[in-house]
Design a protein around this ligand. Structure first.
Ligand code: ZN
Length: 106
């Protein structure tokens, strides 16, 4: 027996169940009464689906920000990609992902 409690699985996802509440790291839904899973840091940031979706969203946010109106599309896209990579390189903890979002990491 180790110091950590045994991981529990529900058979729906290959990841163990998340029991700590909080918010989904993908959609920000509160997880108190929701099924959620623990996704290791590496799997989280290396998910192609999550990566594309997040970069697309950041690009769109930057594009619709009047402060950035003079910046070229290509620069805005590069900004979205580099901000994603920077965040990925700093994150060392697993993420909580709800049942609706877990498909991006399977
Ligand atoms: Zn979610």
């Amino acid at each position: 027996m180790g110091w950590f409690s045994k991981k529990e699985y529900d058979g729906y996802s290959r990841y163990p169940l998340w029991k700590k509440g909080g918010l989904c790291d993908v959609c920000n839904k509160p997880l108190d009464n929701e099924t959620a899973y623990v996704v290791p840091c590496k799997d989280f940031w290396e998910s192609t689906l999550y990566c594309e979706r997040t970069i697309q969203r950041r690009y769109f946010e930057a594009k619709t920000n009047p402060v950035l109106a003079d910046i070229s599309d290509e620069d805005l896209r590069q900004f979205a990609i580099s901000s994603y990579r920077e965040q990925a390189s700093k994150d060392k903890t697993p993420s909580a992902v709800c049942k609706d979002c877990i498909y991006m990491f399977e």
